[in-house]
Design a protein. Structure first.
Length: 456
């Protein structure tokens, strides 16, 4: 069996890449391999630290800004390239130390050769792999060319670095992507062949439920027992389309819908009374440092007059404590939710979709391109928000047609009130998820890939 090094800009987070890395680690260890993690920010997780790997360091962000936005911090492109190569040297030293300390046989870099937010890291990893001939599985979750990023090189030399290292072509590197759309695009752009390994989840584990640790969750976030909790579990990033969840919750709160819920009660026997509320729970952190998207969402929330809770400061990848306050895991949030919204306009795959069906919760989903290409045909029963945006409002937030919102809301009201309809939906989705996207699927895919490297 092999010593495997899984590397990323950061580890131990609640973002999709970090969560997927955790699953790979579990499966690889079940297969008998020894796995070591390496990152620029360890997030409280045990691992090997290379500080320059972290993509939100000031020096790395400055390089990314000058390489892909505007060349403003250097007199010319030569100065920028010098800065890139200097940081690459430091990352390379750290990576060599990591490989030597743990006798790494197989390296698995995540997004380092695809997303473009740390060019020095891409160069450093390519150098080490080429010089040491180490077998490498490049796990690409996102690419720099994808629409929501729009990363355009600011100079000819940066463009050459992108062509050479994002991603590199090397006989020791096996490329893995997470959907068929980027598989085709990578072949078209770079002539690089890749294997599709979709995101997966542990459907055989213990259900997420209320227990002694999380019992006070509702009190902590100041909601009542009979309130309906609508969970938006993603990070707060513009491509997540969170404004559509706001529109949905606003429509759910119309008097006719409230009256029906008060008359019928909820699927699990709770009464929806005159004091009950429909509350949108935003569990992810805001990734946009400018705060622009978040401020626009808050404006829309005020205009809509809906109840929301921003709880990222109380949610972590694992239960714990911060500043004397109890931290809940993301899974605790699902244990208390009644409905999940997943209105993303663009996703590389869709971790939160799997989380929702793993939690046996109904999910309202905007049919983003990868969902339509790779997931929809499996037959999942979802509350569809369609696949076409009606327009953009004066603040730059997207919206759907009123008919689409009403149609989705009517379906949600039925699912919230009718236990049999709800159970049929969530049980079917759970079975499909287990069949197509369970850990056994990942194990089979990784077994084949590692055999190709000659390390099994």
């Amino acid at each position: 069996m092999s010593n495997i090094g899984i590397c990323h800009y950061k580890i131990g987070g609640t973002d999709g890449v970090s969560l997927e890395m955790d699953k790979w680690k579990v499966v690889l260890e079940e297969m008998g391999h020894t796995v070591h993690l390496c990152g620029g920010d360890l997030g409280g997780t045990e691992g090997f630290l290379i500080e320059e790997l972290y993509h939100h360091r000031d020096d790395i962000e400055r390089i990314t800004r000058n390489a892909f936005d505007r060349l403003t911090d250097h007199e010319n492109e030569e100065g920028l390239i010098t800065g890139i190569l200097s940081l690459a040297d430091r990352i390379e030293q750290g990576l060599r130390s990591f490989i030597d300390e743990f006798s790494i046989d197989i390296l698995i870099p995540n997004n380092i050769w695809s997303i473009g937010v740390n060019l020095p890291a891409a160069i450093a990893f390519a150098r080490v792999v080429r010089e040491q001939g180490i077998q490498t599985i490049a796990h690409h979750h996102d690419f720099h060319w994808e629409t929501f990023r729009g990363m355009m090189p600011t100079s000819a030399k940066v463009r050459r670095l992108v062509q050479e290292y994002l991603p590199p072509s090397d006989p020791n590197v096996t490329h893995v992507v997470i959907n068929s759309l980027v598989q085709a695009e990578l072949r078209k752009r770079n002539g690089v062949e890749s294997t599709v390994v979709p995101n997966v989840f542990d459907f055989a584990g213990k259900p997420w439920c209320v227990d002694e640790y999380n019992r006070g969750f509702r009190e902590t976030i100041e909601v009542n027992e009979n309130d309906i909790l609508v969970l938006q579990a993603t990070r707060i990033v513009e491509r997540k389309g969170i404004e559509l969840a706001i529109d949905l919750v606003k429509e759910l709160g119309k008097p006719s819908n409230i009256a029906k819920l008060q008359h019928d009660g909820l699927y699990n026997g709770r009464q929806f009374d005159k004091d009950s509320r429909i509350v949108l729970i935003l569990a992810g952190y805001a990734e946009d440092k400018t705060g622009d998207y978040l401020s626009r969402l808050r404006w829309k929330i005020d205009q809509a007059g809906i109840e929301t809770r921003f709880i990222a400061d109380r949610v972590a990848s694992q239960r714990g404590e911060r500043g004397g306050k109890r931290l809940y895991s993301l899974w605790d949030c699902y244990a208390f939710a009644d409905l999940v919204t997943y209105p993303s306009l663009f996703e590389g795959w869709g971790n939160q979709f799997l989380e929702a069906i793993r939690a046996k919760l109904p999910v309202a989903i905007f049919e983003y391109p990868v969902y339509k290409a790779d997931i929809q045909a499996k037959g999942f029963d979802v509350i569809s928000l369609g696949s076409v945006v009606e327009g953009t409002d004066e603040s730059g937030l997207v919206y759907l047609s009123k008919a689409m919102i009403r149609r989705a809301t009517d379906q949600i009201i039925e699912i919230l009130a009718d236990s049999s309809v709800r159970q049929a939906m969530v049980n079917r989705n759970f079975e499909l998820g287990s069949d197509y996207y369970g850990l056994e699927t990942l194990k089979q895919r990784l077994d084949g890939i590692i055999k190709q490297t000659g390390n099994l």
